[in-house]
Design a protein around this ligand. Structure first.
Ligand SMILES: [Zn+2]
Ligand SMILES: [Zn+2]
Length: 226
């Protein structure tokens, strides 16, 4: 299940990928204190929770980039083993509350998640896993989509805003293409080129690599909108 394991100073980040949507669930934890967070617990949550137990990580929080079902379908399982508060931007609350309906549309069933505990806001800094993470509101794929940026670790947990060689869908409810492109310009391309982008689907990339090569972001393919 592990696609990758990386070490950044004392903070470790592990990715668990799988499920019908190929969603990436991240476990970020401090190697010394074992304080950690789960980001976007999806279909692979059982594997992530096994690793949490094996490593004796103490979950401090669950951070959600947005509330699409593939990013939150593991929440009920997380809550059964941990009271870690669930953090969500309030603009995605309607999507969150309708997750079982959305699942039915896709022909899958999802356990209803517990209500979110904490509202995220643009510009705030959350401190988890021994690190500071800046919350950056990046709507367009989903109205309450945020990314989490650690300047110290040069990492951005980017959800479904931008991918290696692609961008997030903007045709889902609450999505908007121009809003998404503006978000990418404002909240992603403003980060240093060396920043790792850990995305909601697919392999990790960097801001610089996407700035130079992403067909949606380079000028000849309409990148002038960026
Ligand atoms: Zn999504
Ligand atoms: Zn997704």
């Amino acid at each position: 299940m592990f696609a990758k394991q990386a070490r950044t100073r004392m903070t470790e980040i592990r990715v668990f990928a799988g499920g019908p949507f190929g969603e990436n669930t991240y476990l970020v934890f401090d190697a010394d204190s074992k304080a950690g967070v789960l980001v976007d617990p999806g279909a692979v949550t059982p594997s992530a929770l096994s690793e949490v137990e094996r490593l004796e990580v103490e979950l401090e929080a669950v951070l959600l980039t947005h509330a699409h079902l593939d990013h939150i379908e593991g929440l009920a399982a997380v809550r059964r083993v941990s009271p870690a508060p669930i953090h969500l931007h309030p603009a995605d609350r309607p999507i969150y509350d309708a997750v079982t309906d959305h699942a039915a549309v896709f022909g899958v069933s999802v356990e209803r998640p517990p209500p979110p505990d904490v509202n995220l806001a643009h510009g705030q800094t959350v401190t988890f896993a021994g690190s500071d993470w800046e919350v950056r509101h990046a709507p367009g794929h989903a109205p309450g989509h945020v990314v989490f940026y650690s300047e110290a670790h040069e990492v951005c947990l980017a959800g479904d805003v931008v991918f290696a060689g692609s961008i997030g869908r903007s045709d889902l409810p609450g999505g908007d293409f121009r809003t998404l492109m503006a978000s990418i310009r404002r909240e992603i391309l403003s980060l240093p080129d060396g920043t790792r982008l850990l995305t909601g689907h697919g392999p990790e990339t960097t801001v610089g690599h996407e700035r130079r090569t992403n067909p949606f972001l380079v000028p000849q393919y309409g990148g002038e909108m960026v």
